[in-house]
Ligand binder design. Structure first.
Ligand code: BES
Ligand code: MN
Ligand code: MN
Length: 455
């Protein structure tokens, strides 16, 4: 029977692509309030798509953007699928080769790809699962098994409504296991199951010096310049070995178990390609660690934005009143984002000279998570993926953050199996984001195989 479903997926590719394009035309940028109506439209589009497929689907409004929950009851194990329909902002718009919300087929390094904001993160990915359900239904006359689909519209803006929604809707969301499609392949031939995710802590800081912008000739020297203060603070966040200097930062960071290190060292990963592909050649970061180890098992601190003074055309001799930065920490093990936030703030405060003040704004705080791969869903996933792709599937880590996996564990007691088909060169969050048609097609086939193993 699985072959019939796979054949059905193969023969309906064009229609599947058209449906994905419809979703990609909706400008569901969650972080910008101007696009709230578009987020609503994306949720409504999904509700109608899922209802038409035979799910009992509804939009659940929240103080932020709505959740979509779709249910198909049947006997057997209960699976919950999660994806997000919101996307990142498109700026800088001038670097796109076409309208981010007018999906285009372009030539890629592995055949045709679909270029649009959200094509890879995460609309194309979530549609692989929905399309697998559709093909299943076309062949079997009924949707696969006992299934809930849960789609969020605030993932790219820190999921402010998610935890309250989960706590208030435990009965709606409680299942035996979660499937998440929001990650990538390990290699072009090698699919991956992500078994550990890093946590994330965001901090925005504003350092204020003089009460107004000053002429740097009249005041430079005697007057304190907050950009200079900010630069000193930011440059002191790492030591000469690439370690983060925030007090207590490494307290809850476990050593990587030898067995996992060996498994990762055995993966076919080209460390020089990894940097060369983005125009770099030398490994920065903590001394004595491989790139994979750094990304998958070590915590980091990065400066994501810095501004202040005059940034327009030409030149202005200003001594600014304020300086700003956005700093984020990726967390591992048991690192507590709230504890690290307090420690970071105290450290900055302690570095301030007279006449300077600092204010902070927190942006999300989530812990890392690790999956228990003894759960039988992982064996089923490995088998199904290995049947579809040229090389066997690998357990991998993920440098990015998908906080919901940890919330599913802690609030609802559910393990998540993270399977995705994105590639490193998909340019997620960047101009010209794309999703290979091969990812979309083989991703859909992969889910059909996984569902066949599980039901
Ligand atoms: N899908 C990504 C996470 C991801 C990134 C998985 C790279 C695999 C490779 C997700 O949508 C994302 O962007 N997460 C954010 C955190 C979120 C709270 C804004 C991240 O990792 O920065
Ligand atoms: Mn995503
Ligand atoms: Mn993202």
């Amino acid at each position: 029977m699985i072959d019939t479903v796979l054949d059905r997926i193969d023969s309906t590719q064009d229609a599947a692509l058209e449906r994905l394009k419809q979703l990609l035309r909706i400008r569901s940028i969650s972080t910008d309030p101007e696009y709230a109506p578009d987020c609503l439209a994306a949720a409504d589009w999904l509700v109608s798509e899922l209802s038409e497929l035979g799910f009992d689907a509804a939009r659940h409004d929240t103080p932020g953007h709505p959740m979509v929950v779709a249910r198909h009851s049947a006997p057997g194990p209960h699976l919950l699928f999660y994806g997000h329909y919101d996307v990142q902002p498109v700026d800088p718009l001038n670097l796109w080769d076409s309208d981010p919300f007018d999906p285009q087929i372009v030539d890629g390094d592995m055949g045709p790809a679909l270029r649009a904001r959200g094509s890879s993160d995460d609309k194309g990915q979530l549609m692989t699962f929905i399309e697998a359900c559709r093909a299943w239904k076309d062949v079997h006359g009924t949707l696969p098994g006992n299934l809930t689909i849960f789609l969020e519209g605030e993932e790219e803006s820190g999921s402010p409504s998610l935890v309250p929604f989960m706590q208030e809707n435990k009965d709606l969301l409680k299942a035996d296991v979660v499937l998440i499609c929001d990650t990538g392949l390990f290699g072009d031939e090698t699919p991956a199951i992500v078994t550990r995710l890093r946590g994330l802590l965001g901090e925005e800081l504003t350092i204020t010096g003089p009460s107004l912008d000053l002429h740097s000739g009249m005041y430079g020297g005697p007057a304190r310049n907050p950009i200079r203060v900010l630069s000193r603070v930011l440059s002191s966040l790492h030591d000469s070995h690439g370690r983060v200097t925030v007090p207590g930062f490494y307290d809850d960071v476990p050593d990587l178990p030898t067995q996992i290190k060996q498994q990762w060292d055995g993966l076919d990963f080209d460390h020089s390609d990894f940097l060369n592909e983005v125009g770099l050649s030398e490994l920065a970061g903590e001394h004595g660690r491989t790139a994979l180890e750094m990304i998958w098992s070590r915590p980091t601190c990065e400066i994501n934005g810095i501004w202040g003074g005059y940034n327009g055309a030409g030149f202005k001799t200003v001594l600014p009143s304020e300086a700003h930065a956005k700093v984020s920490f990726r967390l591992v093990g048991q690192q507590d984002p709230h504890k690290i936030r307090e420690s970071f703030r105290a450290m900055v405060q302690d570095m301030l000279p007279a006449d300077c003040t600092v204010s902070f704004k927190g942006h999300g705080a989530s812990m890392a998570s690790e999956m228990n791969t003894d759960h039988p869903v992982f064996a089923a996933g490995l088998k199904a993926l290995s049947d579809e792709w040229p090389k066997p599937a690998a357990f991998v880590g993920c440098g990015g953050s998908i906080p919901i996996a940890g919330h599913f564990q802690r609030i609802l007691g559910m393990e998540s199996m993270l399977v995705g088909f994105g590639r490193d060169n998909d340019a997620i969050h960047s101009p010209n984001e794309k999703y290979d048609l091969r990812s979309f097609h083989k991703g859909t086939r992969s889910w059909a195989r996984i569902l066949a193993e599980l039901f």
